[in-house]
Ligand binder design. Structure first.
Ligand code: ATP
Length: 369
C-alpha cells in the first residue's frame, strides 16, 4: 500500500526528445490510476520512471512518502507487469512465480505458501507444473500477474498487460484485474492506449498527449466534462461528434448556427457565451451519439433544436443502433433505439439535446462552460 507522487517530472531523451513534460500527479494509496493516450504520448516513459527503469531528467518521484529518484528498481517495493509477460521459458509456472522470492532468500516454506496463495487468487493452481509454452495467452498473463502478486509490492505497475490477448479474453481479464485490485487493496498504475480499458478499470484516469497531461479525473467526469477538444474526442465510443458553428443572438436568445440549422441554447450555456464575448464568433460544438435524440416527445418539445439528418449507414448492434448520418454536410453518429426502423437514404429528424452540448474555443480548443 502506498501513495505515489510525481513533482515536476520531466524526461528528455538524447537528441532532445521531450517525452514527458512537467508531469505533476498525486496518486493516493489504493487508487487504480490509468495513464491513457495515443502512441508516443509518454505513458510508458512515465511508468518506467516510477519503476526506476528510466532516469528522471528533472523533478522528483516519491513512493510512500520516500523520495526514490536515486533508489534502485529492486528497492522501490514495486512490481511491474509487462505486455509481453516476460516469463522464463525454461522454468515451470511455480518456478517463475517463486523466482523473485528466491532471489530475496525467502525461506522455502514461505515461498510455497505465497505462490499457492497467489495461484489460488488467479485460478492457476492446476498449472503450477507447466512450462510457459504449454499455456494460453490468458494463462501466461495470469502467471505474469502472479509473479507480481507473490512479492506483495506496495505498488503494481502494468504496461499494456492485455494488448496481446484477443478481444474476448481482454474483456475477461479486465474484470479480473479490477477484482484483483479490490482484493489486494494496493495502488495500481496501469498504462493503456485503449480508452475502453481506461474507462472500465480506473478509479481515476490521466489523459496524456505529446508528453503533457490533458486532464485527470474519474471516468464519469472525463466523459461528461472533458476539459478540451482532445479529451472530448479521445474518451467515448463512438467518438463525440464535432462541428464548427456560429454563435448568434437572436431576440435575446443564443443559437448555435450551422448551414440552415440552428440550436437554441439553454439559459446557463447561453449566458456563458455572452459573458465571454462569443456572440458573432465561431466555436466548435460537440455532441455525443446518445445525445442525438430521435423520440417524438423530444421532437415535439425541443423544436428549436431539431436538425435534418440523411441516413448513410445503419449499424445494428443489438441493444442499440448506430446511425451514421449527414447533418449540414458533416458526418455525425447517433445512437438510437434499436426498435427504430430506419434505412439508408432516409431523411430523419433528430434533436441535439441542448443541455448536453459541449462547446469548445476554436483556437485554444478548451471547453467553454
Ligand atoms: P506507446 O503507446 O506507443 O507505447 P507511449 O505513450 O508509451 O507510447 P513512450 O514510449 O513513453 O510513449 O514514448 C514517448 C516519446 O519518447 C516518444 O516520442 C518516443 O519515441 C520517445 N522515446 C521513448 N523511448 C525513447 C528512447 N529510449 N530514446 C529516445 N526517444 C524515446
Amino acid at each position: 500500500m502506498a501513495s505515489v507522487n510525481l513533482k515536476h517530472v520531466m524526461k528528455r531523451f538524447e537528441g532532445k526528445v521531450v517525452a514527458v513534460a512537467d508531469f505533476n500527479l498525486d496518486i493516493e494509496d489504493k487508487e487504480f490510476i490509468i495513464f491513457v493516450g495515443p502512441s508516443g504520448c509518454g505513458k510508458t516513459t512515465t511508468l518506467r520512471m516510477i519503476a526506476g527503469l528510466e532516469e528522471i531528467t528533472e523533478g522528483e518521484i516519491y513512493i510512500d512518502g520516500r523520495r526514490v529518484n536515486d533508489v534502485e528498481p529492486k528497492d522501490r517495493d514495486i512490481a511491474m507487469v509487462f505486455q509481453n509477460y516476460a516469463l522464463y521459458p525454461h522454468m515451470t509456472v511455480f518456478e517463475n512465480m517463486a523466482f523473485s522470492l528466491k532471489l530475496r532468500k525467502t525461506p522455502k516454506d514461505e515461498i510455497k505458501v505465497r505462490v499457492h496463495e497467489a495461484a489460488k487468487i488467479l485460478d492457476i493452481e492446476h498449472l503450477l507444473d507447466r512450462k510457459p509454452k504449454a499455456l494460453s495467452g490468458g494463462q501466461r498473463q495470469r502467471v505474469a500477474l502472479g509473479r507480481a502478486i507473490v512479492r506483495s509490492p506496495k505498488v503494481f505497475l502494468m504496461d499494456e498487460p492485455l494488448s496481446n490477448l484477443d478481444a474476448k479474453l481482454r474483456g475477461q481479464m479486465r474484470t479480473e484485474i479490477s477484482k484483483l485490485h479490490q482484493d489486494l487493496q494496493t495502488t495500481f498504475i496501469y498504462v493503456t492506449h485503449d480508452q475502453t480499458e481506461a474507462m472500465t478499470m480506473g478509479t481515476r484516469i490521466v489523459v496524456m498527449k505529446d508528453g503533457y497531461i490533458q486532464q485527470v479525473d474519474t471516468p464519469q467526469a472525463l466523459y461528461e466534462k472533458p476539459d478540451n477538444l482532445f479529451v472530448a474526442g479521445f474518451i467515448g465510443s463512438p467518438q463525440m461528434n464535432f462541428r464548427e458553428v456560429l454563435v448568434e443572438n437572436l431576440g435575446g436568445e443564443v443559437y448555435l448556427k450551422f448551414g440552415k440549422s440552428s440550436i437554441k441554447l439553454p439559459g446557463e450555456k447561453a449566458r456563458k457565451l455572452e459573458e465571454l464575448d462569443y456572440i458573432g464568433k465561431e466555436v466548435i460544438m460537440g455532441v455525443r451519439a446518445e445525445n442525438m435524440l430521435d423520440e417524438q416527445i423530444y421532437l415535439d418539445s425541443l423544436v428549436d433544436c431539431v436538425v435534418e439528418a440523411g441516413v448513410e449507414v445503419v449499424e445494428i448492434l443489438g441493444a442499440e443502433t448506430l446511425l451514421h448520418v449527414k447533418v449540414e454536410g458533416t458526418n455525425f453518429v447517433a445512437r438510437v433505439n434499436p426498435q427504430k426502423r430506419v434505412k439508408v437514404g432516409d431523411i430523419i429528424k433528430l434533436v441535439l439535446d441542448p443541455s448536453k452540448i459541449h462547446i469548445f474555443d476554436r483556437k485554444t480548443e478548451k471547453a467553454i462552460r
